[in-house]
Write a protein that binds this ligand. Structure first.
Ligand code: FES
Length: 102
């Protein structure tokens, strides 16, 4: 997988199956905040995923929707990184970090 930062810099990572994207980001020094540690109580782990991957991700829970509504730079394919669990189907995904976080 590749994280694409605010300034366009790319970080290629080996993501372990079963981890969430917030954990993967932190293990690889990618600047994704994740203030609440994955408890769906913030939107600082907001990421933008390509449409083809967005479509195959499990549906958002209501709590995730609510938190995303508060996220800066929300897009049609925004998700909370802590809620995306790595699996083989996500191999090669490019994950964009929003321009400005809250
Ligand atoms: S880290 Fe707070 S909702 Fe994901």
């Amino acid at each position: 997988m590749t994280f694409v930062g605010e300034d366009g810099d790319e970080t290629n990572v080996e993501a372990e199956v079963g981890k969430n994207l917030l954990e993967v980001a932190h293990e690889n020094d990618v600047e994704l905040e994740g203030a609440c540690g994955g408890d769906l109580a913030c939107s600082t782990c907001h990421v933008i995923v390509p449409e083809e991957y967005y479509k195959i991700l499990p549906e958002k829970q209501e709590e995730e929707e609510d938190m995303l509504d508060l996220a800066w730079g929300l897009t049609e394919t925004s998700r909370l990184g802590c809620q995306i669990i790595v699996g083989p189907h996500l191999s090669g995904m490019r994950i964009t970090l929003p321009e400005e976080d809250r």
